[in-house]
Each structure stands twice: as C-alpha cells, then as structure tokens.
Write a protein that binds this ligand. Structure first.
Ligand SMILES: Cc1ncc(COP(=O)(O)O)c(C=O)c1O
Length: 351
C-alpha cells in the first residue's frame, strides 16, 4: 500500500499515487476520506483505503467510491452500516486494532463487541470486512520491546476476529521501518510512507543508501538578490545575525510560509555555487538570507536547500537536524506556494 496522505508527504498526492500504481502498488492509502475521494476523483482505480474518520464523515460517498474504510470503534461501525442501508450496497471496511500505539484503533477490551457487531453486519449484507490491521508505535527504534508486544497482540486480535468469522483479504501492520527492517511484520500487505519518498524513517535504523533508497524531493530556489554589505549589518528580523565584516548576502525567496522551519533560523544549510552556506538570522515568512562570504553569485543563481545529496547539497534529514525535527516534517510541510516539477526519465512536468 502506497501511503499518499498529506499530499504524499508534500510530494503531490495524485502524481505520486499514479507513479506508485505504475510501479506496482496494489493499494493506495490516505488518512482522511476527503483525500481518498480526491484520489478517486482524479480517476485512479484499484483499492484505496482511508483511516481517519470523524462522526458524520462522508460514509455514503466512501461506499459509492468503493473505498476501503477503516473502523476503529462502535460509533464508526454504526455510521457506516446506516450509510450502507441508504446506498443499498455493502460497505468495505477494515477493523483497526489498537495493539499498543495508544492512538486510533480499538483497544483489546472493546474488540470482541466491535468484531461481533461487524460480523453481524456482514451477515446482513451491509459490510464486507476486507481487512484487519494496526499500526506500530516504535518500529523505528530497533529492539524496542513494544514491537514484539504489539505483534503478539495483533496476532491475538486477528485470531479472535477470524475465530468469530471474519475472513480478511489483508492483515497489515508494517509502516516504513517495519517494511524495511522487520520481515516478521509483513503479513499480507505493508504500508510504507516515508520510504516511498526515498527517506529513511530514522537515522537510527540506517541511511537511505543502506536501504537502496534515494530521496525524491529536491527543493531549490533562485536567488532573489545578491548584495555587498558592510560589517556590523544586522540581518533579518531581530538582528540575530550581524555581519562579522564586509561580505556579500544572498536572498532566498522561501520562508516559513513555504514550510521552511523557523527553527532552522541560523542553522539551516543551503548549497550555493558549490559551497555550503547557513541561514543567516531569522527565517521570515517568505524569505531568508545567507552570508555568501564575499562570493558573488548572480541573482537568479540556484540555491539548493535539500535533495538526494548527489551534488553535495544537504538532505531533508540535514534540515531535520538543523531544525530539531524529523525529515517527515521537513518534506511534508513544503507549502502549496512552491511549484512541484515532476522529473521523469529526463522530462519535466509541472503540476
Ligand atoms: C496508519 C498509517 N500507516 C502507515 C503510515 C506510513 O508510515 P511511514 O511513513 O512511517 O511509513 C502512516 C503514517 O504515519 C500511518 O498513519
């Protein structure tokens, strides 16, 4: 299952869903039903699953669009069953077990009621239970005791459901770290998100190269201005950077409005003219400055914030470390104002 939620972690949901299907992904996964309906509206066929529902959610539209819809509790089962009656067609649902993430999903104590009610609704022709599934809390921490505990609980909850008459097409629990490092978690389906975009889930479990991954997203900008500056010049809001002497400054037209973390003020790395520079002073809403140390690239020259690293440019992981976050957040937050250009076999297409 190719996970394309949150605009495919910032990469663009529809082009990524298409690319994943062309590459052989049997399922597309989203968090919200709105995302899944948008995938369908773009003409994407095949199995599409979504898991983050709230009361009143578009169940009827989900049934009509042939989505596989996650159910984590009785309120959701009641709503999907009511929608199936209205549509006159069985809803495809997947029961989600909370095996120890402590987030969404049905806890073991509530599982028998949910399973038995789903089996009854299936008997009435109102739902088809297509899957049993769960999600890990700490799969990116090698050897974390919760991994084995969650797996054991998952096996118990699956076995209870199967004993009660559920015949799931798919049982699944593995996210990217599970997919990459824990074969015993693979069951019938794996749900990688971040790994699909070429990023390691955590430096602790390995680098992208360790897994044969290559980061997909490159973020670059054209310098908006290059100017000579005297020493002692306060740079950007708050004057947290003051030029140490005569120098040149470059203006990069990207800011926190585009998803550049303000926490990377004074720390974010940028490749300009073959040299690694650092954000000078505060990242503003639309722009930030780098001290070019006297170099004189032209306005319009490329500033590469991150990419696969082939040209010596920083990676999203480097930005994550500079901003005290994870690479997931760096790529996912890149905003709608930044045009995505898809490069495929040498040709580029703008979305
Ligand atoms: C339910 C579910 N499955 C799979 C994923 C993919 O996770 P990852 O990006 O770590 O592979 C996510 C993302 O958080 C998720 O919420």
């Amino acid at each position: 299952m190719a996970v394309v939620k949150a605009d495919a972690y910032g990469h663009g949901m529809i082009p990524c869903a298409r690319a994943a299907q062309e590459a052989g992904a049997a399922w597309i996964g989203t968090a919200t039903p709105e995302e899944a309906l948008a995938v369908r509206a773009a003409g994407i066929e095949g199995r599409v699953m979504c898991w983050l529902w709230t009361p009143g959610g578009p169940w009827r539209e989900g049934i009509e669009a042939d989505l596989d819809m996650s159910v984590s509790g009785m309120w959701a089962l009641d709503e999907v069953v009511a929608a199936a009656r209205v549509v006159g067609r069985a809803a495809r649902i997947q029961l989600k077990a909370d095996t120890g993430l402590g987030r969404n999903g049905c806890l073991p104590g509530d599982w028998p009621e949910l399973v038995r009610s789903a089996v009854a609704a299936e008997r009435d022709g109102l739902v088809v239970v297509t899957g049993l599934w769960s999600h890990f809390a700490c799969a990116d921490e090698p050897g974390h005791p919760s991994i084995a505990a969650q797996l054991e609980r998952f096996r118990e909850m699956v076995s209870f459901a199967e004993g009660a008459g559920v015949r799931p097409e798919v049982r699944h629990i593995a996210n990217s770290p599970g997919t990459l490092t824990l074969p015993e978690t693979h069951f019938d389906l794996v749900r990688p998100g971040i790994a699909m975009y070429g990023i390691s889930p955590s430096p602790e479990i390995g680098t992208p190269e360790d897994f044969g991954l290559r980061p997909v997203m490159t973020l670059s900008a054209s310098l908006a201005l290059v100017k000579h500056a005297p020493g002692g010049l306060g740079v950007s809001y708050g004057h947290h950077y003051v030029t140490p002497g005569e120098t040149t400054l470059g203006l990069v037209p990207l800011g926190y409005g585009d998803g550049i973390p303000r926490h990377a003020s004074g720390t974010g790395p940028v490749l300009i003219g073959g040299k690694l520079r650092t954000v000078a002073g505060r990242v503003a809403m639309d722009q930030f400055v780098v001290d070019l140390g006297g170099d004189e690239p032209a306005a319009g020259d490329e500033a590469v914030l991150f990419g696969p690293g082939d040209r010596g440019e920083p990676t999203a992981e480097d930005w994550a470390q500079a901003a005290g976050t994870i690479a997931y957040e760096i790529v996912t937050r890149i905003g709608a104002r930044v045009p995505r250009v898809y490069v495929d076999g040498g040709g580029a297409a703008r979305e």
